[in-house]
Write a protein that binds this ligand. Structure first.
Ligand code: PGA
Length: 247
């Protein structure tokens, strides 16, 4: 059983002090059920604070929001996979729509980041998703498939460790989530893409993200195709995040 995976993407919120305070409140009430994992993705400057706070707590992990594919070098502003390994991180978010659309990150870059993480034994939470005009033009799968294509030459032994987060761009931070049925259709297609490359159908973990909150989490997670969620806004407050992860 792979169990449910809940990922908190804090984006550019919570410095080290706020991160510690969050975890203090969260850990007071979190009754870590064995059937779920909860991963935090704080800003890089807060990552070690989070890792210290959750140390020794089963099912809890933390990672970075972005990573570079080179191990070291003159890359001002970047952090590397070996640094994440040293810190004890679970992995990193890769290809988030804000990286793609605000910072101009290319498909190929997301592919190199995912490969570097996998080769080091870490997990990429690999984000895919279409914009509103692409959905309306019936091009959702075409876009998602293009985004996945950069993983296409990885062997099944690495591919099976990719966590995919389907996050329709029009649902992120808008208060407008995809219906469980709409998400399920894309999740099924993602799973069969991986199956076509040698990964067992039920091995691929596919998360849904985009305006998940305490009121819609239950309905989304009741959909068997949805293995977990990637949450931005509603993960910033310990109460709201607790109610989602204890769904
Ligand atoms: P949101 O963000 O939950 O605030 O919509 C999700 C994400 O960007 O990962």
């Amino acid at each position: 059983m792979k169990g449910r995976l809940f990922c908190a993407n804090w984006k550019m919120h919570h410095g080290p002090r706020a991160a510690r305070r969050f975890l203090e409140l969260f850990l007071r009430s979190y009754n870590g059920a064995g059937d779920r994992r909860v991963w935090f993705f704080p800003p890089a400057v807060s990552l070690t604070a989070v890792l210290e706070m959750i140390q020794g707590r089963a099912g809890l992990g933390a990672g970075a929001q972005n990573v570079h594919w080179e191990a070291k070098g003159a890359f001002t502003g970047e952090i590397s996979v070996p640094m994440l390994v040293e810190a004890g991180a679970v992995g990193a978010i890769v290809g988030h729509s804000e990286r793609r659309h605000i910072f101009g990150e290319k498909d190929e870059e997301a592919g190199k980041k995912a490969r570097a993480l996998l080769e080091a034994g870490l997990t990429p939470v690999f984000c895919v998703g279409e914009k509103l005009e692409e959905r309306e033009a019936g091009r959702t799968w075409e876009v998602v498939e293009r985004q996945l294509q950069v993983l296409g030459d990885l062997p099944p032994s690495l591919l099976e460790r990719v966590v995919v987060a389907y996050e329709p761009v029009w649902a992120i931070g808008t208060g407008r989530n995809a219906t469980p049925g709409d998400a399920a259709e894309v999740h099924r297609a993602i799973r069969s893409w991986f199956a076509g490359r040698g990964v067992a159908v039920d091995a691929t973990v596919v998360l849904y993200g985009g305006s998940v909150n305490p009121s819609n989490a239950k309905e989304l997670l009741a959909e068997p195709e949805i293995d977990g969620v990637l949450v931005g806004g509603a993960s910033l407050d310990p109460e709201s995040w607790l109610s989602i992860v204890q769904t």
